[in-house]
Design a protein around this ligand. Structure first.
Ligand code: NI
Length: 177
């Protein structure tokens, strides 16, 4: 099976708000399997469905203790502030110091349909917040001020166009807004 390509800045799917997952079934499980492949290959510690072109509310991740999936995730509580130099597979090569809540309580469902409840701090907390942003159509660039954003867009456009000629990813190629 062809491996999934990770969508990058400029692809409209990254700006869409995803829909709740209605059925946790075999098709979802097999898509998650392919997403793990793409995530490990990148390599990254998390990958949200919109990053592979699917506007549904789930993400895969591996925070060092094996592959996991969180479906229809929701942050029910958050505390504190924590700044961290944050990057994203869909915004390749760039990162910024971004302030987010330090601790969160997040709930959702696993692939077995069982409810999941996690209290997370610092990097683990940030991972979940970052992936939920993807489900809400939000990228790191949305946290920047106008000047930083302009600079970042210029770098990304040049970088992505530079790779354009040998990009064989077919439909879903980068489009420039
Ligand atoms: Ni990301």
């Amino acid at each position: 099976m062809e491996s999934l390509s990770i969508r990058v800045f400029g692809d409209p799917v990254l700006k869409r708000v995803s829909e709740d997952v209605q059925d946790i079934d075999g098709a979802l499980a097999s898509l998650c399997g392919r997403m793990f492949e793409a995530m490990y290959q990148a390599p990254g510690i998390g990958l949200a469905a919109p990053q592979v072109g699917v506007s549904q509310r789930f993400f895969v991740y591996d925070y060092g203790d094996g592959p996991k999936v969180l479906i229809n995730p929701e942050i029910v509580e958050s505390h504190g502030e924590w700044e961290y130099d944050e990057g994203c597979l869909s915004v390749p090569g760039l990162s910024w110091n971004i302030v987010r809540p330090k601790q969160i309580h997040i709930v959702g469902y696993g692939l077995d349909g069982e409810e999941i409840s996690i209290e997370a701090d610092e990097l683990e907390s940030r991972l979940y917040q970052h992936e939920i942003d993807h489900l809400d159509g939000k990228l790191l660039l949305d946290y920047l001020d106008d000047d930083e954003k302009k600079k970042a867009k210029k770098i990304l456009r040049e970088m992505i166009m530079g790779q354009g000629n040998n990009d064989s990813s077919g439909p879903g190629r980068v489009q420039f807004p």
